[in-house]
Design a protein around this ligand. Structure first.
Ligand SMILES: Nc1nc2c(c(=O)[nH]1)N[C@H]1C(S)=C(S)[C@@H](COP(=O)(O)O)O[C@H]1N2
Ligand SMILES: [Mo]
Length: 479
């Protein structure tokens, strides 16, 4: 009885409403599958979420979320239920009323059981700075806001780029143990306390993801990084050579609590000049959760993936570690002729080495107009950037062109870098001033070192299926 009456009232009200409202109501009847919803997880596609059988567009609400934008973004393209099962304060009328205003449709393949008892595995993700440039939330992949960090070559912890393959493991520091194995043989454990009581060292390193600048290649899969998958910090921890003293092997395997693994040559880890650290501090603070709390390995000069976070286990071994990040193709630069996944079967992957070091790099981060005006109406523009070599104590020369590559001018390494020795494994920031009457349209930079290494001009010459190791001459178009 009740049901019929309600229905009747609804019909009579809506028939007296303006046409616009009717259309809006019709839109809300549109149906979307879970799959379609999942495609709406970023600003370009707008951000959708579902709750029970309804679909909502939360794009314009994100900044008003009382719990912060990053928390509500966990449900981007997914259901709110796993979160609201946990954060029960949402289950009240006030919140339902807000949600109602964002409704855009219904779930076509609605399954009431699907999320009923589910708690999202990303629930415990750390709070992140909204100044990072996010590519994805689950797992978190975010760039450092590279144009903001030129004042100081050390990247503040909260602005460090984040590259996670999985949810961030939650580790109780009191129960933490680092295991050391020789092949299958267990050797010993180190608690966090024990590690902190051992001999320690501080090392400044730049870490660059193998996929930094992937976005400039055409047709590659994976996170489409721009130039901000790189950052620099001072790490403190136990030199790995101390832990390995008296042992012999060919390789070292590192395994994280999230299951991610990689390996490096034994001699890189056992040689004290390799500066490999079992690190527990980053810029003077405990490692942040996103960067490996409580312990990560730091491999100066080597590609990002070698720096395993949430370090669980170190194994001395005769062979490289199994898995996609080492023996698989994830970090292998395949020949340019391999254009798609089907082509990969044509080659012997085992014959291609996984990247350890990345080639010489430099990028333009930004340009600023300097206040003072010069004679003849000329203005002063300052161009900023970074340059990085995997080789210790190598600080590349950087040349900049503002006329499409005809003339090149040498940039200056920033004066903050008086103590170059401290930055042995770090990047260098550079800048150069131009006095010109018109803003340049396109700026290019190119780094080189004394061994004849130079950034290649043509990006097509270094195209590879996984989009790794892009160090082509960096071009920035100025708007
Ligand atoms: N355990 C673990 N270690 C990891 C990763 C990971 O997903 N899990 N990502 C790797 C990759 S690909 C990079 S580029 C760096 C990124 O380190 P950051 O997130 O501290 O910047 O960590 C590496 N270590
Ligand atoms: Mo990476």
């Amino acid at each position: 009885m009740n049901f019929i009456r309600n229905n009747f009232i609804k019909i009579s009200i809506s028939s007296s409403l303006p046409v616009g409202y009717l259309i809006y109501d019709k839109l809300k009847e549109k149906k979307y599958t879970y799959e379609e919803i999942s495609e709406h997880n970023n600003n370009q596609t707008r951000i959708w979420t579902s709750y029970k059988d309804r679909v909502y567009d939360i794009t314009d609400f994100l900044d008003s979320h009382p719990g912060g934008k990053d928390k509500i973004m966990l449900a981007a393209g997914a259901s709110l239920e796993p979160y609201w099962n946990h954060y029960k304060q949402h289950q009240k009328q006030e919140v339902y009323d807000i949600l109602k205003t964002l409704e855009i449709g219904k779930v076509r393949d609605y399954d009431p059981e699907k999320f009923k008892n589910l708690k999202d595995e990303y629930l415990e993700e750390p709070v992140r700075s909204q100044d990072l440039n996010f590519h994805s939330i689950k797992p978190c992949n975010a760039e450092t806001p590279i144009e903001e960090i030129h004042e100081n070559p050390i990247t503040p912890n909260e602005l460090w780029y984040v590259r996670n393959h999985n949810p961030v493991p939650v580790i109780n520091p009191d129960e933490y143990n680092l295991e050391l194995f020789d092949s299958n043989k267990f050797i010993c454990n180190f608690s966090l306390e024990e590690l902190k009581n051992m001999k320690s060292k501080k090392v400044i390193t730049t870490i660059q993801c193998g996929g930094n600048r992937r976005g400039e290649f055409e047709n590659t899969s994976g996170t489409q990084w721009d130039i901000g998958a790189i950052s620099t910090a001072e790490w403190e921890g136990v030199p790995l050579c101390e832990i390995l003293a008296g042992h012999k092997g060919e390789y070292l395997h590192f395994e994280g609590y999230d299951g991610v693994k990689s390996s490096i040559p034994f001699k890189k880890g056992s040689n004290c000049f390799g500066d490999v650290l079992v690190a527990y501090k980053m810029n003077g603070e405990d490692l942040p959760a996103d960067h490996g709390y409580p312990v990560r390995i730091i491999v100066p000069g080597y590609v990002g993936i070698k720096n395993i976070k949430w370090l669980k286990k170190i194994t001395i071994a005769d062979e490289e570690v199994d898995g996609p990040w080492q023996k698989g193709m994830a970090y292998k630069i395949l020949p340019g002729s391999i254009r798609c996944l089907e082509d990969v079967s044509k080659i012997d992957l085992e014959k291609i080495d996984t990247i350890d070091e990345l080639p010489i790099q430099s990028c333009i981060t930004h340009m600023e107009e300097i206040e003072e005006e010069y004679r003849n109406g000329e203005k002063n523009f300052r161009v900023h950037g970074y340059t990085y070599s995997s080789k210790p104590m190598v600080f590349p020369k950087v040349h900049v062109s503002i006329d499409g590559g005809e003339n090149w001018y040498k940039a200056g390494v920033n004066p903050h870098f008086e103590d170059l020795k401290k930055f042995k494994w770090g990047w260098a920031l550079w800048s150069i001033d131009f006095k010109i009457d018109e803003k340049p349209r396109i700026i290019m930079c190119r780094a080189s070192d004394n061994d004849g290494n130079i950034q290649p001009e043509n990006i097509n010459d270094i195209w590879n299926l996984r989009g790794l190791s892009n160090n082509s001459v960096h071009k920035k178009v100025i708007k």
